[in-house]
Write a protein that binds this ligand. Sequence first.
Ligand code: ATP
Ligand code: MG
Length: 344
Amino acid sequence: MSRRINLAVIPGDGIGQEVVTQGLKVLRAALPQDVKLETQEYDFGAKRYHATGETLTDTDVEQLKGHDAILLGAIGDPSVPSGVLERGFLLKLRFLFDHHVNLRPSKLLPGVATPLAGQPEIDFVVVREGTEGPYTGNGGTIRKGTPHEVATEVSVNTAFGVERVVRDAFARAQARPRKKLTLVHKNNVLAFAGHLWTNVFNEVAKEFPEVTTDYIHVDAATIYLVTDPGRFDVIVTDNLFGDIITDLAAAVSGGIGVAASGNINPSGEFPSMFEPVHGSAPDIAGQGKADPTATVLSVALLLRHLGYEAEAARIEEAVAADLGERGTAPRTTEEIGDALAVRV
Ligand code: ATP
Ligand code: MG
């Protein structure tokens, strides 16, 4: 039987096009002959916004729904007011497609520099909740612009939302050799949300007796991510804490050039979206300097999500081998993509 992947491709802004081109090249090289890859490119981002004022229309959303998955380069440009594309595109899509699992693996590969002393072993995955917390636009301002302005930004945590992401994290921990899951929160101070997270975590834990669990406050977690990152296997945390600790995690495990992510709807009801953690990097756009490795690793996450485990593993092995031999001579975006495509 012939298999088929119907992929939406969103190059976006800045270096997005450059890295996505290489990501697709490696994807094509990794897929077996019998898998038919169909791609449809979309022009979301700054150019479309300037031309039409649109970020993501209802028609766009309907079209995107028809794909198996989405590969995104980067959205964002200094010419667009801050927040417009983030809220109008990225957050909007995350809510509409219910991408409640934000997956960010951190693995320090051989040959990759880390600012940490002694090249510690780092191999963990952060499962960040993607649709709740303080990111729901629930809040407001009174007496705006006056010395008496009051602004609130309410963190929303539902039993439904917390349970489904915690359950997903337990399942991921169960599937890994170390089978360890750490809840990161701040339940001593954020007592209401903290209680819900801790309670749900402890309840779901009963269904996964093989998984070792622990709990760490988010502030302590930032210390351990630097002093003892090897203690982590899978971390589950809320939207805001996850945002912050995953940037720290990327910084200690090889940097922004190799950090991949998935915005996942585990039920498959809507397509999941995979993207490098880095942004559009306008300072190096169009110069062939961007490292496409993060995008290539995001392609591996995409393939694994669609059930192509062997192909995903081959891409990750190719990246590891390439990084191990990369040396110090600078290579262009295309040279790195070519080297990876040859290896898969
Ligand atoms: P955003 O708001 O879109 O997240 P940002 O301000 O966080 O953007 P990034 O675009 O993520 O910034 O990148 C920060 C800097 O890191 C860039 O200016 C660039 O110099 C460097 N950088 C980012 N991505 C890459 C890459 N793939 N390869 C090489 N350098 C990169
Ligand atoms: Mg950023």
